[in-house]
Design a protein around this ligand. Structure first.
Ligand SMILES: Nc1ncnc2c1ncn2[C@@H]1O[C@H](COP(=O)(O)OP(=O)(O)OP(=O)(O)O)[C@@H](O)[C@H]1O
Length: 261
């Protein structure tokens, strides 16, 4: 590693034999109906839930990510991609193994919390503040963020509450806010899937820029073309295990051969 560092390969994320286990409470309490949920709430604080099931979502994953890399995460549904990203972001504890990161990774998911009762405008400001931008920086970049999102292309939507947005519009605004800042490590979880083609092209361009600005970008996507256009390296997860880690072309070819996609 020391030799690589001297050549300019600076590691940003190191995952060392990472295992993630979810614990699901109350699985013995019913079939997931509303009544079962209600009875769980009523039982809360009155003793242990009846059943705890474990889901071993990530199994012994190790890799090192470097500055300037865009890394795609692929794998069939439920293979552990989102779980791994959330662990790298520090949102989930590891069962065993360690994640080391340089700087604070930012996770941009389709479910990133923006306030649905507030206007898009207020959310741009709050989102910027939450990412550590100053009010002046936000003021300077405000118009750029709105233009990038394309929210106002069909009318003055940015001054309406976010709950009135379509899911695609909300996802676009979230991406635009996050992309306004340079990140050491930016993780994007399927956020591009909901945008239309024009927005996707613009976002892919921004991802390439973020890479050039020496950040590391992780991108979860089921769209192989998006991965091919933006990533230089791909991690393929299956049943929580890292099946393959290599150059985009090589891994995608093997993936397409295996899944027929
Ligand atoms: N909050 C949770 N509680 C319990 N199990 C969970 C939770 N979130 C995910 N899992 C389980 O962990 C495994 C991995 O899920 P994960 O969402 O990481 O997969 P994914 O590869 O991102 O899937 P997809 O491509 O469908 O988004 C699955 O078996 C899933 O059921």
């Amino acid at each position: 590693m020391a030799e690589e560092t001297s050549k300019g390969h600076v590691p940003t994320v190191i995952a060392d034999d990472v295992h993630i286990v979810y614990r699901v409470n109350g699985t013995g309490g019913g079939k997931g109906s509303a009544t079962a949920a209600l009875s769980r709430i009523l039982r809360r604080g009155k003793g242990e839930p009846r059943g705890v099931r474990k889901v071993h979502a990530v199994r012994g994953v190790s890799f090192t990510a470097y500055r300037g890399q865009a890394i795609g995460l692929i794998g069939t549904n439920g293979s552990g991609k989102s779980t791994l990203l959330r662990a790298i972001a520090g949102l989930l504890p590891t069962e065993s193994g360690k994640v080391y990161t340089d700087g604070q990774p930012s996770l941009l998911g389709v479910n990133a919390a923006l306030m649905s009762d507030l206007t898009g405008e207020r959310n741009v400001v709050l989102g910027g503040l939450a990412m550590g931008m100053s009010r002046e920086e936000i003021r300077d970049r405000y118009q750029g963020i709105v233009d990038f999102s394309g929210i106002n292309e069909k009318g003055d939507f940015i001054t309406l509450p976010m709950r009135t947005y379509s899911s695609g519009m909300a996802a676009r605004l979230r991406f635009s806010i996050a992309a306004a800042k340079n990140h050491d490590v930016l993780m994007i979880d399927e956020a591009l899937a909901t945008g239309d083609r024009k927005f996707r092209v613009r976002s892919e361009e921004r991802i390439r820029e973020l890479r050039k600005e020496a950040g590391t970008v992780f991108l979860v996507s089921h769209n192989n073309k998006t991965i091919r256009d933006t990533c230089d390296r791909v991690l393929w997860l299956e049943k929580g295990e890292l099946l393959m880690d290599g150059p985009t072309d090589e891994v995608l070819k093997a993936y397409e051969r295996e899944t027929g996609k």
